[in-house]
Design a protein around this ligand. Structure first.
Ligand code: RIB
Ligand code: CA
Length: 327
């Protein structure tokens, strides 16, 4: 094993999940040692398939991908975000869908168990989909919080509106009970909410540079993000663009993104059935006093970053020398 930090990514590969995976696969300080898929942007099965599409693009047929939960802890899945990520989950780009790499024959929880044992004391988790798999893993693996270094989560909204509802961000509202369990577990937790990810934007200018690049990873992101630009991006900002939610969370994990306001505060998840279901209630009352310590608060919440991550991501992808674009 190199001295790279082993990272397990739990994701619902969709467009920005793919950006996060490509960013990590290119990063020289981390090693993606496994991927678990969860419902959200599409079914867990399709999201796993999409993760394989990304891995094969980069020639990484060595990374195990395990299929996880198709439904939340409580009740049934209420929607899949195909309106945001396309019917195939990667922007209906027309790129070939076939993959030849088999899925892991392990369940998502078993893969988390195996890798957290193999890399005990070193493994970091990046969760960029609904937190159902992680909640199941906490239940099934009693010492999971001692096995892993920490968990970085893309999700929630502290002092800004949600995106799936006025109150709630998509990953959280898909499974609020799972989010409450994960955020309430005794491990170091970093939350990267919409407060930050809606300010880290891939613009049409960035996308033009990606499309003009000869790098397969850049061309892939240009192709799969077109749908996302014109739908979710346009609906959010009134112009074609793409908040790179999951990739920013990956940047916080690697340390490339250093939030300038990053307090350790209490975070509660609204699990009621009212209009605020899935809201992350972050105690930011200390905002005007430079956030004094809060007793018992275990979650660091990224509230402000400098908005330059998209430049870094695009530079990384356009200078990439790896990969073969599927034809
Ligand atoms: O709200 C954004 C999050 O929901 C991202 O993780 C995106 O991929 C979707 O899962
Ligand atoms: Ca995601």
């Amino acid at each position: 094993m190199t001295d790279r930090t082993p990272v397990l990514v739990d994701c619902d590969t969709g467009v920005d999940d793919a950006m996060a995976l490509l960013y990590l696969l290119h990063h020289d300080a981390v090693e993606v040692v496994g991927i678990t898929s969860v419902f959200g942007n599409n079914t867990a099965a399709k999201c796993a398939h999409n993760s394989l599409r990304v891995l094969e693009l980069m020639g990484r047929t060595d990374v195990p991908v395990a299929v996880g939960a198709e439904n939340p802890l409580v009740g049934e899945v209420t929607y899949l975000a195909t309106h945001v990520h396309g019917d195939d989950g990667l922007g209906d780009s027309g790129l070939p869908l076939e993959v030849s790499t088999p899925l892991s024959d392990l369940t998502a929880v078993d893969l988390i168990d195996e890798l957290s044992q193999r890399y005990r004391g070193r493994l970091r988790l990046l969760a960029v989909g609904p937190l159902t798999n992680i909640a199941h893993a906490l239940e099934a693996i009693p010492d999971l919080t001692e096995r892993v270094v920490d968990i970085v989560i893309m999700g929630g909204a502290a002092d800004v509106a949600g995106n799936q509802s006025a109150a709630a961000e998509a990953n959280i509202i898909h499974d609020p009970e799972a989010a409450r369990a994960v955020l309430g577990a005794s491990w170091p937790t970093t939350l990267v909410p919409l407060d930050v990810t809606m300010t880290e934007i891939i613009t049409e200018e960035h996308r033009t540079a990606l499309a003009a690049s000869s790098a397969p990873a850049a061309q892939f992101v240009a192709a799969v993000s077109d749908f996302y630009f014109g739908g979710y991006g346009f609906d959010s900002f009134g112009v074609r663009c793409s908040p790179c939610h999951d990739a920013v969370a990956a940047g916080v994990l690697t340390g490339d993104v250093v939030p300038s306001v990053f307090p350790r505060i209490a975070v509660e998840v609204d699990c009621t059935d009212g209009p605020s279901r899935g809201a992350t209630i972050c105690d930011t009352r200390g905002r005007y006093r430079a956030f004094p310590d809060q007793d018992g608060a275990s979650c660091r919440v990224a509230l402000v970053t400098d908005g330059t991550f998209a430049d870094r991501l695009v530079a990384m992808l356009t200078s990439s020398t790896a990969g073969v674009i599927p034809r």
